[in-house]
Design a protein around this ligand. Structure first.
Ligand code: IFM
Length: 439
């Protein structure tokens, strides 16, 4: 048996990611809470509820687990509606609770990365139309408050998580609040305002904290033509990928918003990323269809699917994502990567294969600085509710009991070794050994 290790550079960061509404519990003052109360919005009528009870203090035990498992960083988000429950009130107790969390990470030897907007909006923003309006001034005020409060502990900031997903899900697919479908022009309006919000937050952060590192977390989804010989498929895949994948990074790099057929410039958005955050999960194929606006989308019929069919295990798509990110010439951080897999059947090999692809990318000298697995402990998965289990640790939502999945052990070995060894692959996912270490 070959004995080898895919080593990562010294100081490579290994962490996990989470988000306020998905982990904290008892967030009752935002758009998602309102959405969850409406019939039929969330599968099986699930609600975020108490989630992993981080607001009640259980972050302590989960951060202990992460630190013991060799993780050196954690990405979490701050819930705007807690800090600013109404336009005219700051909640200092909530700020203090978060201060304890970010300090708690430092005390455990982990670097906090903080996301300022992760899909949720305070009700007072939502009820006035949310990001259909230019709320960048309000977002900048919230940003200023948070950065001022935590700058002693935090200097890595994600302004907005997956703005492409936020706009597409809320206004085209209807799975996120406000649950609108096929409102393409409204989604463009929201995208424009999200760029304004990001730019305002970027400049605010640098004003308050000179040494800050600021980025966005861009979800990259491989969108490939189903029939490569058919120009309609090729054109549609290119158009969708341009809008979904390139729109925000391009806007942050150049200040130019590229809509199909027209351009719009927001000057102060140019050059507003210090690092490039990539969230990668899977890739898909698209076929033109006269009755489907977004074409017919499918996974490669030969690809292995996760237990709910949500994610196809496509590690080469991760390599493509990193190559794509590298074109922006910024330090790259994998701000999310993971799979939902309650029984941990596929996760070990998904993890090993994806980290192997990241190692290939690192060996081209692409400046990849860190990797955050999504997620540390099972999270409320938006409109899919609690059926989709992404955690290294499982969560029994009724008892709050944590259940360690084998992948937690695998990831711990990777973090501690700063690499992935043939021995570890043999132990956790021998079925892909030959692929990763061909004899
Ligand atoms: O749970 C989400 C997260 O909120 C954003 N990125 C994708 C994850 C898995 O779907």
């Amino acid at each position: 048996m070959a004995e080898a290790t895919f080593n990562f550079p010294r100081n490579f960061v290994w962490g996990t990611a989470s988000a306020a509404h998905q982990n904290e519990g008892n967030n009752t003052n935002n758009n998602w809470y309102a959405f969850e109360q409406a019939n039929g919005r969330i599968q099986h009528g699930h609600k975020a509820g108490l989630a992993a009870d981080w607001w009640g203090g259980r972050w302590r035990e989960d951060f202990d687990r992460a630190a013991e498992a060799g993780q050196t960083a954690h990405r979490l988000s701050i819930e705007w509606s807690r800090i600013q429950p109404t336009p005219d009130r700051w909640n200092e107790d909530a700020l203090d609770n978060y201060r304890q969390m970010v300090r708690g990470l430092r005390e455990r030897g982990m670097t906090p990365m903080v996301t300022l907007h992760h899909f949720t909006d305070p009700l007072w923003i939502y009820e006035r139309g949310g990001w259909m309006n230019d709320v960048s001034d309000q977002f900048a005020l919230f940003t200023e408050k948070v950065v001022g409060a935590f700058k002693e502990y935090v200097n890595q900031w994600v302004t907005i998580n997956e703005p492409n997903v936020y706009a597409a899900m809320g206004y085209v697919l209807g799975d996120f609040p406000p649950g609108r479908k096929n409102e393409i022009f409204n989604s463009f309006k929201v995208m424009t305002n999200l760029v304004r919000g990001h730019a305002a937050a970027y400049h605010t952060i640098h004003r308050v904290q000179q040494n800050a590192q600021v980025g966005m977390a861009h979800q990259y989804r491989g969108i490939l033509p189903k029939r490569t010989w058919l120009p309609l498929d090729v054109g549609l895949a290119g158009m969708l990928s341009g809008l979904f994948n390139d729109f925000f990074p391009h806007a942050a790099a150049t200040g130019v918003l590229k809509f199909p057929g027209w351009r719009y410039k927001i000057h102060h958005a140019k050059g507003t990323q210090d690092f490039f955050g990539v969230n990668y999960y899977t890739r898909e194929y698209v076929a033109f269809h006269p009755l489907a606006l977004l074409g017919k989308r499918s996974y490669d019929p030969n690809a292995e699917l996760s237990d709910t069919g949500f994610i196809a295990n496509e590690p080469l798509g991760f390599y493509d994502a990193l190559k794509w990110a590298n074109a922006y010439r910024l330090p790259i951080i994998v701000t999310e990567n993971g799979v939902e897999d309650a029984d941990d059947h596929m996760r070990p090999r998904y993890l090993a294969q994806h980290i192997h692809q990241m190692w290939r990318a690192v060996n081209f000298n692409w400046p990849i600085k860190g990797y955050y697995y999504w997620s540390l402990v099972d999270n409320f998965e938006w409109s899919f509710g609690w059926k989709y289990r992404f955690g290294l640790w499982g969560l029994d939502v009724d008892t709050q009991k944590r259940i360690k999945r084998p992948s937690a052990g695998l990831y711990a070995e990777i973090c501690k070794e700063n690499g992935i060894s043939s021995e570890v692959v043999q132990k956790y996912c021998p079925e892909v050994f030959e692929k990763l270490f061909p004899s």
